[in-house]
Every structure is written in C-alpha cells, then in structure tokens.
Design a protein around this ligand. Structure first.
Ligand SMILES: Nc1ncnc2c1ncn2[C@@H]1O[C@H](COP(=O)(O)OP(=O)(O)O)[C@@H](O)[C@H]1O
Ligand SMILES: [Mg+2]
Length: 275
C-alpha cells in the first residue's frame, strides 16, 4: 500500500547511534558525514554479489538511510554464553575475510574519504606502518558482537558500517580480536568471555582469516599503536560529538583502553608465539 507508514520498532543497539528502527523488512538509520562512503561500499558489495551485508535501498522521506533487515541472531546485552564458542569466532573471521576480499576491489573516489579522515590531534601517535606488501582497502573496523548476524551458529552478515575507513587486513583482524578474543583483561570482559584463553583465540582468528606472515609479525606492535591512538580518538569524539561518545567516556572507556594497553604489553610475547 503506497505511502502507508509501516510500524517502527526501535532496535536497541550499540552505544552510539540513536533512533535506529526496524520498519517491515527494512532498517532506518540516521545519516552522518560517513554515510556517502558507507552507501558506496554497500553498493559495491551488492554489485559483486557479496551476501554478508545489508543492501542499501536509498533514503526515506525523513532523511534516514534504508537498509534491508537481515534475519538471524545478534548478540545483545547481557552477552550470550555462545560468545565464547571457538566455532562462532572462526566463522566471524571467515566472514570478515570474505568481506575484505569483496571490498578490496573497491577504489572509492577521494571525496568520499573526506568524511572519515582521522583528525590531526596534538599528542596523537602516528598511524602504524602497514606490514610489507599490505593492501589498503575500506575496512569494516567495527566487528563487535552486536554487529554480526548469525544463523545456525555461523556468522552470515556484518552490519553497522558506520566506521568503515581505509585499513589493512591486519587492522581488520586486530579489531576482530579486540572484541572477540578478547584482547583485554578479565575485569573488562563481559561475563561469557571471562576465563577464555584470549591468546589462543587470537591465533584461531588469524588462522580462520588466513592472515599472512608479515601481518602476523606486525600484530602486537600494531595492536599497541592502535590502542594508543584509540585513547586519543575516543576522547576527541567525546569532546566534539557528545552523545553516546561522551557517555562512554564518562563511563570510563579511556581507563579501559589504558588497561588494554597494559594487558597487551604483558601478553605480547605469548600472542607472538600463538601467531
Ligand atoms: N540490517 C540489519 N539487519 C538486522 N539487524 C540489524 C540491522 N541493522 C541493525 N540491526 C540491529 O540493530 C542493532 C543496532 O544497529 P547498528 O546498526 O549496529 O547501530 P549502532 O550504531 O547503534 O551500533 C544491531 O546490533 C542489530 O541487532
Ligand atoms: Mg552496532
């Protein structure tokens, strides 16, 4: 029935975006400076037939992006026990590999990168050097449990492309491991991930992804540098964007990042050996 408004059901999500709803078979999300790049990525994924992402259907009469809703199971809060299953983690790593392979052929026009360029902040440590021979493509870089759809215990789709930006395969696997190994001390993990062997799960994720040798050698120093940078970037977003970013900062995300740094430095040798 054209023009008949569909009932909208709020989708409780991650920490940041407010006003995400499901309407029928679609999801409506607010637009941001990153949106033109996100839409170009989703159009590329559709053109190459990659099934593990929502389709971008356009914008609605209220200026929101319209995406296909992907049926399946997504981890909410509190986190489900299955987050600790190694087979789930391996399937997420394979899905991420498939996404990276699909997006690697996409060369975005330069103007689309303007909305996602990292700010030049005083004290911000420089970007880590990419490993020798590394490709740079538009990474997902936000593979949290809340951003993966599962069916029958297997990861089938990534959602929430708001943080896409230039990345290497190593950056993608580090981001995956931050959330899923997880690369953090027990006190900062959600309940199901306390007691898992995060170092072994890092090796498992790298194997399931098929990470190359040069990236494995650069894993620990790059993860340390990314962690240092994220402290500055998160503080900057809290100060300039407010909202969910400010809430996360007030809730102590900066201290969590510092504890991750200490943990990475303590476990670095074991991680190197597991890779
Ligand atoms: N296309 C989609 N298909 C299925 N579920 C979705 C989709 N988009 C969002 N969701 C659900 O809504 C939640 C929040 O959406 P998300 O895009 O991740 O926003 P946020 O920026 O708040 O993390 C997700 O964790 C997921 O449960
Ligand atoms: Mg999300």
């Amino acid at each position: 029935m054209p023009g008949f408004p569909l009932p909208e059901v709020p989708l409780p999500g991650g920490d940041v975006t407010e006003g995400i709803v499901r309407a029928g078979d679609t999801v409506r999300r607010p637009l941001g400076p990153h949106s033109p790049l996100v839409h170009a990525v989703l159009a590329h994924l559709e053109a190459v037939g990659f099934e593990g992402a929502p389709r971008f259907l356009g914008t609605d009469e209220r200026g929101r992006e319209v995406l296909t809703f992907i049926e399946g199971e997504v981890a909410g809060r509190p986190h489900p026990a299955w987050l600790a299953d190694d087979s789930r983690l391996a399937s997420v790593a394979r899905l991420l590999r498939a996404y990276d392979d699909a997006v690697a052929g996409f060369a975005p026009p330069a103007h689309l990168l303007e909305g996602v360029a990292p700010p030049d902040l005083p004290g911000l440590p420089p970007e880590p050097e990419p490993p020798p021979g590394a490709e740079v493509f538009i990474g997902h870089l936000d593979v949290t449990p809340e951003n993966v759809v599962f069916r029958d215990g297997q990861a089938v789709a990534l959602i929430d492309f708001d943080l896409v930006r230039p990345a290497t395969r190593l950056d993608e696997v580090i981001n995956l491991c931050f959330h899923w190994a997880p690369l953090s001390p027990e006190q900062d993990r959600s309940e199901p991930l306390r007691g898992v062997d995060a170092v072994a799960r890092t090796g498992l994720a790298a194997d399931a992804y098929g990470l190359d040798a040069a990236s494995r050698r650069a894993f620990v120093p790059t993860a340390v540098r990314r962690t240092e940078r994220s402290w500055h970037l998160m503080r900057h977003r809290a100060q300039t964007l407010g909202g969910g970013w400010a809430r996360m900062w007030e809730d102590g995300v900066g201290d969590k990042i510092q504890r991750r740094l200490v943990w990475l430095e303590a476990e670095g040798e074991r991680i190197r050996a597991a890779l």
